[in-house]
Design a protein around this ligand. Structure first.
Ligand code: B12
Length: 249
């Protein structure tokens, strides 16, 4: 099958899966050899993709699945250091679980149809055993690296991938298939003068590596899944207002 028709077939299958799931999705392609990874994630990926042949001939396909508006609106719009029992915020936590499971089903279906290997949305049921954020890295590969390389969005000040369609209010999974499928690079203006995520989150504002403090906060919130999402909500609002798009004219 030529790469263009393969690309179209994968895109069509993905659109059908999104329609069945009742969610919007975005998809992007990038040759693996253009992507820089942490050494431990490069090693993890090499092991995972052994059966696909040389890494230079592999394409990463980034799949993004969007949250619904009301799910994002259930996240507090101001800083909260605690969550209450039965907090409405749990709607976002439950949507997080749904998106992970749906994306994992999508990757299984697409791999069954087109071959390849899947990296699931997240390592579920494992976060409880993590003692430090670095524990994650040798056991997964960063979806953001592939989403960014595929031109789905840019890296925001909070570190998340910000898309024109949904800001950072989406989750990713990745599949890897043998053969080169070219991507469609896009130009983004980026965060520009927007600092909404830094203004709202004291952890992101702190100098140094925010990640371990963010993990501890998420754990301490005790929501029905390991989420916070306050940076996601404020960024999503700014994108909707057009804060990061170039002025007209
Ligand atoms: C560990 C993890 C966390 C940790 C640490 C976060 C972090 N920034 O790494 C904690 C628990 C804190 C966390 C929190 C959250 N997370 Co999280 N998390 C992950 C996870 C499981 C792994 C991320 C990872 O591999 N990081 C490693 C870093 C270094 O990767 P990276 O920054 O992308 O850098 C890559 C390249 O740039 C390059 N690189 C970077 N530095 C260097 C240096 C050298 C020398 C080289 C060669 C290369 C290199 O290599 C890296 C990849 O190997 C992913 C799922 C996944 N498998 O991707 C989700 C993921 C990143 N999380 C996500 C989300 C949404 C969140 C939260 C909002 C939680 C929530 N749902 O409410 C918060 C937001 C925190 C924030 N502002 O970033 C989403 C992001 C979606 C998006 N729009 O971007 C992901 C992708 C999950 C998903 N399936 O969608 N998360």
């Amino acid at each position: 099958m030529c790469t263009n028709s393969l690309k179209e077939d994968i895109e069509r299958s993905f659109r059908e899966l999104c329609a069945e799931a009742g969610r919007l999705g975005i998809i992007g392609f990038s040759p693996l050899n253009t992507i820089r990874l942490l050494p431990q994630q490069q090693q993890y990926l090499q092991e995972k993709l052994k059966a696909l042949g040389p890494m230079e001939e592999v394409t990463a396909i980034s799949l993004g699945l969007l949250y619904h508006e009301q799910e994002i609106l259930s996240i507090p719009a101001t800083w909260q250091s605690k969550a209450s029992t039965d907090d409405p915020w749990n709607e976002y936590a439950l949507a997080y679980l749904t998106l992970n499971r749906t994306l994992n089903d999508f990757t299984s279906t697409l791999v069954a149809r087109f071959g390849g290997v899947a990296e699931q949305a997240t390592i579920e049921g494992w976060a409880g055993q993590v003692k430090h954020v670095d524990d994650y890295f040798p056991h997964c590969v960063s979806h953001r690296a592939f989403a960014e390389a595929a031109g789905l969005g840019w890296r925001g000040r909070h570190g998340l991938i910000v898309t024109p369609e949904a800001g950072p209010a989406l989750r990713f999974a990745t599949i890897f298939i043998a053969g080169r499928i070219p991507g469609t690079p896009k130009e983004f203006i980026g965060c520009s003068e927007c600092h909404a995520c830094l203004k709202i989150c004291p952890i992101l504002r702190k100098a140094g590596d925010y990640r371990e403090a963010c993990r501890q906060r998420i754990h301490a919130l005790g929501l029905k899944a390991d989420v916070c999402g306050i940076c996601v909500r404020v960024c999503w609002e700014q994108i909707r207002k057009g804060a990061s798009t170039p002025p007209a004219g």
